[in-house]
Design a protein around this ligand. Structure first.
Ligand code: ATP
Length: 463
Protein backbone atom coordinates (compact mmCIF):
# COMPACT_ATOMS: atom_id res chain seq x y z
CA UNK A 1 0.00 0.00 0.00
CA UNK A 2 2.81 2.36 0.97
CA UNK A 3 4.56 1.69 -2.35
CA UNK A 4 1.40 2.49 -4.31
CA UNK A 5 0.84 5.67 -2.32
CA UNK A 6 4.43 6.64 -3.01
CA UNK A 7 3.95 6.14 -6.74
CA UNK A 8 0.82 8.29 -6.71
CA UNK A 9 2.63 11.02 -4.81
CA UNK A 10 5.56 10.86 -7.19
CA UNK A 11 3.26 11.18 -10.22
CA UNK A 12 1.37 14.10 -8.66
CA UNK A 13 4.62 15.82 -7.81
CA UNK A 14 6.12 15.32 -11.27
CA UNK A 15 2.86 16.46 -12.90
CA UNK A 16 3.02 19.71 -10.91
CA UNK A 17 6.77 20.24 -11.14
CA UNK A 18 6.94 19.72 -14.90
CA UNK A 19 3.76 21.54 -15.87
CA UNK A 20 1.40 18.67 -16.66
CA UNK A 21 -1.31 19.30 -14.07
CA UNK A 22 -1.88 22.20 -11.66
CA UNK A 23 -4.49 22.36 -8.91
CA UNK A 24 -7.06 24.96 -9.96
CA UNK A 25 -6.97 28.43 -8.37
CA UNK A 26 -3.85 27.62 -6.39
CA UNK A 27 -3.21 31.24 -5.39
CA UNK A 28 -6.56 31.13 -3.55
CA UNK A 29 -5.68 27.88 -1.83
CA UNK A 30 -7.03 25.61 -4.57
CA UNK A 31 -10.56 24.61 -5.58
CA UNK A 32 -11.57 21.10 -4.67
CA UNK A 33 -11.63 18.44 -7.41
CA UNK A 34 -10.84 20.88 -10.23
CA UNK A 35 -7.52 20.84 -12.09
CA UNK A 36 -5.81 22.79 -14.86
CA UNK A 37 -3.45 21.37 -17.47
CA UNK A 38 -0.10 23.11 -17.90
CA UNK A 39 1.98 23.40 -21.06
CA UNK A 40 2.93 19.71 -21.28
CA UNK A 41 -0.44 18.56 -19.90
CA UNK A 42 -2.39 20.27 -22.63
CA UNK A 43 -0.13 18.67 -25.28
CA UNK A 44 -0.64 15.24 -23.72
CA UNK A 45 -4.42 15.73 -23.44
CA UNK A 46 -4.59 16.95 -27.05
CA UNK A 47 -2.59 13.94 -28.26
CA UNK A 48 -4.95 11.62 -26.38
CA UNK A 49 -7.97 13.29 -27.96
CA UNK A 50 -6.43 13.12 -31.44
CA UNK A 51 -5.68 9.39 -30.99
CA UNK A 52 -9.25 8.72 -29.81
CA UNK A 53 -10.79 10.75 -32.63
CA UNK A 54 -8.63 9.00 -35.22
CA UNK A 55 -9.57 5.53 -33.98
CA UNK A 56 -13.23 6.40 -33.43
CA UNK A 57 -14.10 8.70 -36.34
CA UNK A 58 -11.35 9.05 -38.93
CA UNK A 59 -10.70 5.33 -39.41
CA UNK A 60 -14.40 4.37 -39.31
CA UNK A 61 -16.75 4.74 -42.22
CA UNK A 62 -19.73 4.21 -39.95
CA UNK A 63 -19.07 6.85 -37.26
CA UNK A 64 -19.41 10.63 -37.57
CA UNK A 65 -18.42 13.42 -35.20
CA UNK A 66 -20.48 16.00 -33.33
CA UNK A 67 -19.84 18.95 -31.05
CA UNK A 68 -23.00 19.79 -29.13
CA UNK A 69 -23.34 22.62 -26.61
CA UNK A 70 -22.80 22.17 -22.88
CA UNK A 71 -26.26 23.57 -22.10
CA UNK A 72 -29.35 21.70 -23.25
CA UNK A 73 -33.05 22.17 -22.62
CA UNK A 74 -33.61 21.32 -18.94
CA UNK A 75 -36.17 18.68 -19.91
CA UNK A 76 -33.26 16.66 -21.33
CA UNK A 77 -32.18 15.83 -17.80
CA UNK A 78 -35.69 14.88 -16.70
CA UNK A 79 -36.04 12.54 -19.67
CA UNK A 80 -32.63 10.99 -19.07
CA UNK A 81 -33.46 10.28 -15.44
CA UNK A 82 -30.70 12.50 -14.08
CA UNK A 83 -32.98 14.94 -12.23
CA UNK A 84 -34.64 12.08 -10.40
CA UNK A 85 -31.92 9.49 -10.14
CA UNK A 86 -28.39 10.73 -10.83
CA UNK A 87 -27.19 10.47 -7.29
CA UNK A 88 -24.48 8.94 -5.15
CA UNK A 89 -24.92 7.71 -1.56
CA UNK A 90 -23.22 10.14 0.81
CA UNK A 91 -22.37 9.66 4.49
CA UNK A 92 -20.35 11.80 6.86
CA UNK A 93 -17.72 10.70 9.31
CA UNK A 94 -18.99 12.01 12.67
CA UNK A 95 -15.46 12.48 13.94
CA UNK A 96 -13.68 14.40 11.14
CA UNK A 97 -16.73 15.43 9.05
CA UNK A 98 -15.28 13.91 5.87
CA UNK A 99 -17.87 13.32 3.17
CA UNK A 100 -17.69 9.72 1.99
CA UNK A 101 -19.23 7.68 -0.80
CA UNK A 102 -20.85 4.70 0.85
CA UNK A 103 -20.79 2.50 -2.28
CA UNK A 104 -17.01 2.99 -2.43
CA UNK A 105 -16.54 2.25 1.29
CA UNK A 106 -18.45 -0.98 0.81
CA UNK A 107 -16.56 -1.88 -2.36
CA UNK A 108 -13.27 -1.37 -0.50
CA UNK A 109 -14.18 -4.19 1.92
CA UNK A 110 -15.36 -6.42 -0.94
CA UNK A 111 -19.13 -5.83 -0.56
CA UNK A 112 -20.92 -5.33 -3.84
CA UNK A 113 -22.75 -2.01 -3.91
CA UNK A 114 -23.38 0.65 -6.48
CA UNK A 115 -24.89 4.03 -7.02
CA UNK A 116 -28.06 2.59 -8.50
CA UNK A 117 -29.25 1.10 -5.19
CA UNK A 118 -32.02 2.92 -3.32
CA UNK A 119 -31.26 4.83 -0.13
CA UNK A 120 -32.90 2.05 1.86
CA UNK A 121 -30.95 -0.74 0.16
CA UNK A 122 -27.63 0.97 0.62
CA UNK A 123 -28.29 1.85 4.27
CA UNK A 124 -29.16 -1.78 5.00
CA UNK A 125 -25.83 -2.95 3.55
CA UNK A 126 -24.02 -0.09 5.29
CA UNK A 127 -25.52 -1.02 8.70
CA UNK A 128 -24.60 -4.68 8.24
CA UNK A 129 -20.98 -3.82 7.49
CA UNK A 130 -20.30 -0.70 9.57
CA UNK A 131 -18.13 -2.58 12.06
CA UNK A 132 -15.69 -3.45 9.23
CA UNK A 133 -15.45 0.06 7.76
CA UNK A 134 -13.07 2.77 8.92
CA UNK A 135 -13.03 6.41 7.82
CA UNK A 136 -10.21 6.61 5.25
CA UNK A 137 -9.20 9.99 6.68
CA UNK A 138 -9.23 9.58 10.49
CA UNK A 139 -9.72 5.84 10.97
CA UNK A 140 -12.79 6.23 13.25
CA UNK A 141 -15.95 4.15 12.81
CA UNK A 142 -18.79 6.59 13.45
CA UNK A 143 -20.83 7.49 10.42
CA UNK A 144 -24.07 9.29 9.66
CA UNK A 145 -26.77 7.52 7.63
CA UNK A 146 -26.29 7.37 3.87
CA UNK A 147 -28.25 9.97 1.90
CA UNK A 148 -28.57 10.03 -1.86
CA UNK A 149 -27.06 13.22 -3.24
CA UNK A 150 -27.82 14.48 -6.77
CA UNK A 151 -24.73 15.07 -8.90
CA UNK A 152 -26.14 17.50 -11.46
CA UNK A 153 -24.59 20.97 -11.35
CA UNK A 154 -27.24 23.70 -11.55
CA UNK A 155 -26.97 27.15 -13.08
CA UNK A 156 -29.21 30.22 -13.45
CA UNK A 157 -28.75 30.42 -17.22
CA UNK A 158 -31.67 32.37 -18.70
CA UNK A 159 -33.17 33.06 -15.25
CA UNK A 160 -33.38 36.80 -14.57
CA UNK A 161 -35.45 36.62 -11.40
CA UNK A 162 -34.01 37.02 -7.92
CA UNK A 163 -34.76 33.38 -7.14
CA UNK A 164 -31.70 31.91 -8.74
CA UNK A 165 -32.66 28.27 -8.11
CA UNK A 166 -35.90 28.64 -10.06
CA UNK A 167 -36.12 26.39 -13.13
CA UNK A 168 -32.41 25.61 -13.22
CA UNK A 169 -30.51 24.93 -16.42
CA UNK A 170 -27.95 22.21 -15.85
CA UNK A 171 -24.34 21.99 -16.91
CA UNK A 172 -24.33 18.68 -18.73
CA UNK A 173 -23.55 15.68 -16.52
CA UNK A 174 -22.53 13.61 -19.55
CA UNK A 175 -21.87 14.45 -23.18
CA UNK A 176 -23.94 11.63 -24.69
CA UNK A 177 -27.26 13.43 -24.12
CA UNK A 178 -26.21 15.94 -26.79
CA UNK A 179 -25.75 12.99 -29.13
CA UNK A 180 -29.23 11.61 -28.45
CA UNK A 181 -30.82 15.04 -29.01
CA UNK A 182 -29.06 15.28 -32.39
CA UNK A 183 -29.82 11.72 -33.52
CA UNK A 184 -32.49 12.90 -35.95
CA UNK A 185 -30.38 15.80 -37.29
CA UNK A 186 -27.52 13.44 -38.02
CA UNK A 187 -29.74 10.85 -39.72
CA UNK A 188 -31.22 13.63 -41.89
CA UNK A 189 -27.90 15.19 -42.86
CA UNK A 190 -24.98 12.78 -42.64
CA UNK A 191 -26.23 10.05 -44.99
CA UNK A 192 -25.66 7.43 -42.33
CA UNK A 193 -27.38 4.06 -42.29
CA UNK A 194 -27.90 1.83 -39.29
CA UNK A 195 -25.68 0.59 -37.79
CA UNK A 196 -23.82 3.87 -37.29
CA UNK A 197 -22.25 5.88 -34.52
CA UNK A 198 -21.95 9.49 -33.36
CA UNK A 199 -18.86 10.53 -31.43
CA UNK A 200 -18.00 13.61 -29.44
CA UNK A 201 -15.46 15.02 -27.05
CA UNK A 202 -16.49 17.63 -24.52
CA UNK A 203 -16.73 18.87 -20.98
CA UNK A 204 -19.07 17.37 -18.40
CA UNK A 205 -19.77 18.46 -14.82
CA UNK A 206 -20.70 16.48 -11.74
CA UNK A 207 -21.00 17.47 -8.13
CA UNK A 208 -18.77 14.61 -7.03
CA UNK A 209 -18.94 14.01 -3.30
CA UNK A 210 -15.42 12.83 -2.74
CA UNK A 211 -12.54 14.82 -4.11
CA UNK A 212 -9.66 12.41 -3.89
CA UNK A 213 -7.46 10.60 -6.39
CA UNK A 214 -6.12 13.58 -8.30
CA UNK A 215 -7.46 13.82 -11.89
CA UNK A 216 -9.22 10.45 -11.64
CA UNK A 217 -12.38 12.03 -10.26
CA UNK A 218 -12.96 15.72 -10.84
CA UNK A 219 -16.05 17.92 -10.82
CA UNK A 220 -15.28 19.34 -14.25
CA UNK A 221 -13.89 16.85 -16.74
CA UNK A 222 -13.80 15.95 -20.39
CA UNK A 223 -15.47 12.90 -21.87
CA UNK A 224 -14.87 11.09 -25.15
CA UNK A 225 -18.10 9.30 -25.96
CA UNK A 226 -19.37 7.26 -28.88
CA UNK A 227 -23.00 6.19 -29.17
CA UNK A 228 -23.70 3.47 -31.74
CA UNK A 229 -27.22 3.04 -33.11
CA UNK A 230 -28.22 -0.53 -34.00
CA UNK A 231 -31.16 -2.65 -35.09
CA UNK A 232 -32.75 -4.18 -31.95
CA UNK A 233 -31.80 -7.71 -33.06
CA UNK A 234 -28.18 -6.76 -33.72
CA UNK A 235 -27.46 -4.91 -30.47
CA UNK A 236 -25.54 -7.66 -28.72
CA UNK A 237 -23.59 -8.70 -31.81
CA UNK A 238 -22.46 -5.09 -32.29
CA UNK A 239 -21.76 -4.83 -28.58
CA UNK A 240 -19.24 -7.67 -28.74
CA UNK A 241 -17.53 -5.95 -31.68
CA UNK A 242 -17.39 -2.67 -29.77
CA UNK A 243 -15.88 -4.36 -26.72
CA UNK A 244 -13.14 -5.86 -28.85
CA UNK A 245 -12.49 -2.56 -30.64
CA UNK A 246 -12.19 -0.68 -27.36
CA UNK A 247 -9.73 -3.19 -25.90
CA UNK A 248 -7.64 -3.02 -29.06
CA UNK A 249 -7.74 0.79 -28.92
CA UNK A 250 -5.87 0.78 -25.61
CA UNK A 251 -3.26 -1.66 -26.89
CA UNK A 252 -2.76 0.50 -29.99
CA UNK A 253 -2.49 3.54 -27.75
CA UNK A 254 0.46 1.82 -26.10
CA UNK A 255 -1.06 0.96 -22.70
CA UNK A 256 0.44 -2.17 -21.12
CA UNK A 257 -2.09 -4.98 -21.42
CA UNK A 258 -1.33 -6.33 -17.95
CA UNK A 259 -2.61 -3.03 -16.55
CA UNK A 260 -6.05 -3.46 -18.13
CA UNK A 261 -8.95 -5.69 -17.20
CA UNK A 262 -12.66 -6.10 -17.80
CA UNK A 263 -15.14 -5.63 -15.00
CA UNK A 264 -18.68 -6.90 -15.57
CA UNK A 265 -21.55 -5.01 -13.87
CA UNK A 266 -23.67 -7.38 -11.81
CA UNK A 267 -26.34 -4.90 -10.81
CA UNK A 268 -27.76 -3.54 -14.07
CA UNK A 269 -30.25 -0.69 -14.42
CA UNK A 270 -33.57 -2.07 -15.62
CA UNK A 271 -33.17 -1.10 -19.30
CA UNK A 272 -29.54 -2.18 -19.75
CA UNK A 273 -28.68 -5.37 -21.61
CA UNK A 274 -25.11 -5.68 -20.50
CA UNK A 275 -22.43 -3.44 -19.03
CA UNK A 276 -18.69 -3.80 -18.73
CA UNK A 277 -16.02 -1.37 -17.64
CA UNK A 278 -12.43 -1.41 -18.78
CA UNK A 279 -10.42 -0.93 -15.62
CA UNK A 280 -6.86 0.35 -15.39
CA UNK A 281 -4.36 -0.53 -12.70
CA UNK A 282 -3.93 2.95 -11.18
CA UNK A 283 -1.51 3.38 -8.24
CA UNK A 284 -4.61 2.98 -6.00
CA UNK A 285 -5.69 -0.25 -7.71
CA UNK A 286 -7.84 -1.34 -10.67
CA UNK A 287 -10.57 1.27 -11.23
CA UNK A 288 -12.92 2.24 -14.05
CA UNK A 289 -11.24 3.87 -17.01
CA UNK A 290 -14.06 3.44 -19.51
CA UNK A 291 -17.62 2.16 -19.65
CA UNK A 292 -18.81 -0.01 -22.56
CA UNK A 293 -22.55 -0.49 -22.20
CA UNK A 294 -25.50 -1.94 -24.11
CA UNK A 295 -28.41 0.37 -23.29
CA UNK A 296 -31.36 -0.98 -25.29
CA UNK A 297 -33.67 1.72 -26.69
CA UNK A 298 -34.12 3.55 -23.38
CA UNK A 299 -32.38 6.81 -24.32
CA UNK A 300 -34.18 7.53 -27.57
CA UNK A 301 -37.53 6.27 -26.19
CA UNK A 302 -37.28 8.61 -23.21
CA UNK A 303 -36.46 11.63 -25.38
CA UNK A 304 -39.27 10.69 -27.78
CA UNK A 305 -41.68 10.54 -24.83
CA UNK A 306 -40.60 13.84 -23.25
CA UNK A 307 -40.26 15.81 -26.49
CA UNK A 308 -43.26 14.37 -28.29
CA UNK A 309 -41.06 13.82 -31.38
CA UNK A 310 -40.71 10.55 -33.22
CA UNK A 311 -37.16 9.27 -32.87
CA UNK A 312 -37.49 6.22 -35.06
CA UNK A 313 -35.42 4.86 -37.86
CA UNK A 314 -37.01 4.02 -41.19
CA UNK A 315 -35.22 1.34 -43.08
CA UNK A 316 -35.94 2.12 -46.71
CA UNK A 317 -34.73 -1.31 -47.85
CA UNK A 318 -37.05 -3.35 -45.60
CA UNK A 319 -39.74 -0.74 -44.84
CA UNK A 320 -39.18 -1.49 -41.18
CA UNK A 321 -39.57 1.26 -38.55
CA UNK A 322 -38.03 0.98 -35.12
CA UNK A 323 -36.40 2.91 -32.29
CA UNK A 324 -32.68 2.09 -32.55
CA UNK A 325 -30.92 0.35 -29.71
CA UNK A 326 -27.76 1.98 -28.44
CA UNK A 327 -24.38 0.66 -27.41
CA UNK A 328 -21.90 3.14 -26.03
CA UNK A 329 -18.28 3.66 -25.16
CA UNK A 330 -17.46 6.43 -22.71
CA UNK A 331 -14.11 7.47 -21.32
CA UNK A 332 -12.66 10.50 -19.58
CA UNK A 333 -9.65 12.40 -20.94
CA UNK A 334 -8.37 12.90 -17.36
CA UNK A 335 -8.67 9.22 -16.49
CA UNK A 336 -6.85 8.30 -19.69
CA UNK A 337 -4.19 10.86 -18.86
CA UNK A 338 -3.69 9.42 -15.38
CA UNK A 339 -3.45 5.91 -16.88
CA UNK A 340 -0.89 7.13 -19.42
CA UNK A 341 1.12 8.95 -16.72
CA UNK A 342 1.06 5.84 -14.51
CA UNK A 343 2.07 3.53 -17.36
CA UNK A 344 4.91 5.84 -18.38
CA UNK A 345 6.41 6.69 -14.98
CA UNK A 346 9.77 4.90 -14.68
CA UNK A 347 12.67 5.16 -12.28
CA UNK A 348 15.94 3.67 -13.46
CA UNK A 349 19.09 3.19 -11.46
CA UNK A 350 22.09 4.39 -13.42
CA UNK A 351 25.66 3.09 -13.17
CA UNK A 352 26.68 5.87 -10.78
CA UNK A 353 23.72 4.88 -8.53
CA UNK A 354 21.86 7.98 -9.54
CA UNK A 355 18.13 7.58 -10.27
CA UNK A 356 16.84 8.61 -13.69
CA UNK A 357 13.14 9.55 -13.82
CA UNK A 358 11.85 9.01 -17.30
CA UNK A 359 8.31 9.19 -18.66
CA UNK A 360 8.21 6.40 -21.23
CA UNK A 361 5.16 7.73 -23.07
CA UNK A 362 4.13 6.00 -26.27
CA UNK A 363 5.80 8.23 -28.83
CA UNK A 364 2.56 9.45 -30.39
CA UNK A 365 1.40 10.73 -27.01
CA UNK A 366 4.65 12.41 -25.94
CA UNK A 367 4.01 16.16 -25.43
CA UNK A 368 7.33 17.10 -27.08
CA UNK A 369 8.70 14.83 -29.79
CA UNK A 370 12.15 16.33 -30.32
CA UNK A 371 14.45 18.59 -28.31
CA UNK A 372 17.33 20.39 -30.01
CA UNK A 373 20.46 21.54 -28.14
CA UNK A 374 23.61 23.42 -29.08
CA UNK A 375 26.43 21.77 -27.13
CA UNK A 376 27.38 25.15 -25.64
CA UNK A 377 25.28 28.25 -25.46
CA UNK A 378 28.16 30.70 -25.80
CA UNK A 379 29.39 29.39 -29.18
CA UNK A 380 27.44 31.32 -31.73
CA UNK A 381 27.96 28.96 -34.67
CA UNK A 382 26.59 26.01 -32.63
CA UNK A 383 23.57 28.05 -31.53
CA UNK A 384 22.82 29.26 -35.05
CA UNK A 385 22.97 25.72 -36.46
CA UNK A 386 20.83 24.30 -33.65
CA UNK A 387 18.24 27.05 -34.14
CA UNK A 388 18.17 26.30 -37.86
CA UNK A 389 17.45 22.62 -37.18
CA UNK A 390 14.86 23.49 -34.54
CA UNK A 391 13.07 25.96 -36.85
CA UNK A 392 12.95 23.33 -39.56
CA UNK A 393 11.75 20.43 -37.39
CA UNK A 394 9.09 22.42 -35.57
CA UNK A 395 7.18 22.61 -38.84
CA UNK A 396 6.50 18.88 -38.40
CA UNK A 397 6.70 18.18 -34.68
CA UNK A 398 6.26 19.76 -31.29
CA UNK A 399 9.89 20.65 -30.59
CA UNK A 400 11.83 22.36 -27.86
CA UNK A 401 15.06 24.33 -28.00
CA UNK A 402 17.22 24.14 -24.87
CA UNK A 403 20.66 25.62 -24.26
CA UNK A 404 20.49 25.86 -20.50
CA UNK A 405 23.01 23.97 -18.32
CA UNK A 406 25.10 21.00 -19.40
CA UNK A 407 23.79 18.46 -21.90
CA UNK A 408 23.41 15.76 -19.22
CA UNK A 409 21.00 18.01 -17.29
CA UNK A 410 19.08 18.81 -20.46
CA UNK A 411 18.67 15.08 -21.16
CA UNK A 412 17.25 14.63 -17.67
CA UNK A 413 14.79 17.46 -18.14
CA UNK A 414 13.58 15.95 -21.41
CA UNK A 415 13.39 12.48 -19.84
CA UNK A 416 11.04 13.83 -17.20
CA UNK A 417 8.63 15.09 -19.82
CA UNK A 418 9.09 11.98 -21.97
CA UNK A 419 10.69 13.51 -25.09
CA UNK A 420 11.62 10.55 -27.33
CA UNK A 421 14.57 12.18 -29.14
CA UNK A 422 17.20 14.80 -28.24
CA UNK A 423 19.44 16.24 -30.93
CA UNK A 424 22.76 17.85 -30.06
CA UNK A 425 24.76 20.12 -32.37
CA UNK A 426 28.47 19.95 -31.50
CA UNK A 427 31.81 20.94 -33.03
CA UNK A 428 31.89 17.93 -35.36
CA UNK A 429 28.61 19.14 -36.83
CA UNK A 430 30.16 22.43 -37.84
CA UNK A 431 33.75 21.52 -38.48
CA UNK A 432 33.62 17.97 -39.81
CA UNK A 433 30.69 16.14 -41.24
CA UNK A 434 27.40 17.99 -40.84
CA UNK A 435 26.06 15.27 -38.54
CA UNK A 436 24.32 15.63 -35.16
CA UNK A 437 23.93 13.32 -32.18
CA UNK A 438 20.48 11.82 -31.74
CA UNK A 439 19.87 10.38 -28.30
CA UNK A 440 17.10 7.86 -27.68
CA UNK A 441 15.01 8.40 -24.52
CA UNK A 442 14.52 4.73 -23.67
CA UNK A 443 17.89 3.18 -24.49
CA UNK A 444 19.92 6.39 -23.90
CA UNK A 445 21.96 5.32 -26.91
CA UNK A 446 23.33 7.99 -29.21
CA UNK A 447 23.96 7.87 -32.91
CA UNK A 448 25.28 10.31 -35.47
CA UNK A 449 22.79 11.27 -38.15
CA UNK A 450 23.39 13.52 -41.15
CA UNK A 451 21.37 16.74 -40.91
CA UNK A 452 19.83 16.24 -44.33
CA UNK A 453 18.62 12.79 -43.23
CA UNK A 454 17.12 13.95 -39.92
CA UNK A 455 13.58 14.35 -41.19
CA UNK A 456 13.42 10.87 -42.69
CA UNK A 457 15.11 9.43 -39.64
CA UNK A 458 12.58 10.99 -37.27
CA UNK A 459 9.61 10.22 -39.47
CA UNK A 460 10.60 6.59 -39.40
CA UNK A 461 11.22 6.52 -35.64
CA UNK A 462 8.12 8.48 -34.67
CA UNK A 463 5.75 6.55 -36.91
P1 ATP B 1 -17.57 6.28 -11.37
O1 ATP B 1 -18.35 5.05 -11.00
O2 ATP B 1 -16.09 6.14 -11.26
O3 ATP B 1 -18.12 7.53 -10.74
P2 ATP B 1 -19.27 6.42 -13.62
O4 ATP B 1 -19.66 4.98 -13.78
O5 ATP B 1 -20.21 7.34 -12.96
O6 ATP B 1 -17.83 6.51 -12.93
P3 ATP B 1 -19.80 7.11 -16.29
O7 ATP B 1 -21.01 7.90 -15.96
O8 ATP B 1 -20.00 5.77 -16.92
O9 ATP B 1 -18.87 6.99 -15.03
O10 ATP B 1 -18.86 8.03 -17.18
C1 ATP B 1 -18.09 7.52 -18.26
C2 ATP B 1 -16.63 7.83 -18.10
O11 ATP B 1 -16.44 9.22 -17.83
C3 ATP B 1 -15.96 7.11 -16.93
O12 ATP B 1 -15.57 5.81 -17.31
C4 ATP B 1 -14.77 8.00 -16.68
O13 ATP B 1 -13.70 7.71 -17.57
C5 ATP B 1 -15.30 9.38 -16.97
N1 ATP B 1 -15.73 10.04 -15.73
C6 ATP B 1 -16.91 9.91 -15.10
N2 ATP B 1 -16.95 10.69 -14.00
C7 ATP B 1 -15.77 11.33 -13.95
C8 ATP B 1 -15.20 12.29 -13.05
N3 ATP B 1 -15.88 12.76 -12.02
N4 ATP B 1 -13.94 12.71 -13.29
C9 ATP B 1 -13.24 12.27 -14.35
N5 ATP B 1 -13.73 11.38 -15.23
C10 ATP B 1 -14.98 10.91 -15.05
Amino acid sequence: MKKEQDKMEKIISLAKRRGFVFPSSEIYGGYSAIYDYGSYGVELANNIKVAWWKATVQLREDIVGLDSAIFMHPKTWEASGHVGGFSDPLAECKNCNSRLRVDHLLEDIGVLADEKMSEEEINKLFDENKNKIKCPKCGKQEFSEAKKFNLLVKSNLGNFTSDWEKDPAYLRGETCQGIYLNYKNVVDTARVKIPFGIAQIGKAFRNEITARQFIFRTREFEQMEMQYFTHPDKEMEEYEKLRQARWQYYLDLGIKEENLKWHKHENLVFYAKEAYDIEYNYPFGFKELEGVHARGNYDLSQHAKFSGQKLEYSDTATNEKYVPHIIESSVGVGRTMLAVLTDAYTEEKLEDDDIRIVMKFPKKLAPVKVAVFPLMKNKENLVVKAKEIYNDLKQEYMCEFDDNGNVGKRYRRQDEIGTPYCITVDFDTIEKDNTVTVRDRDTMEQERVKIEELKNYLEDKLK
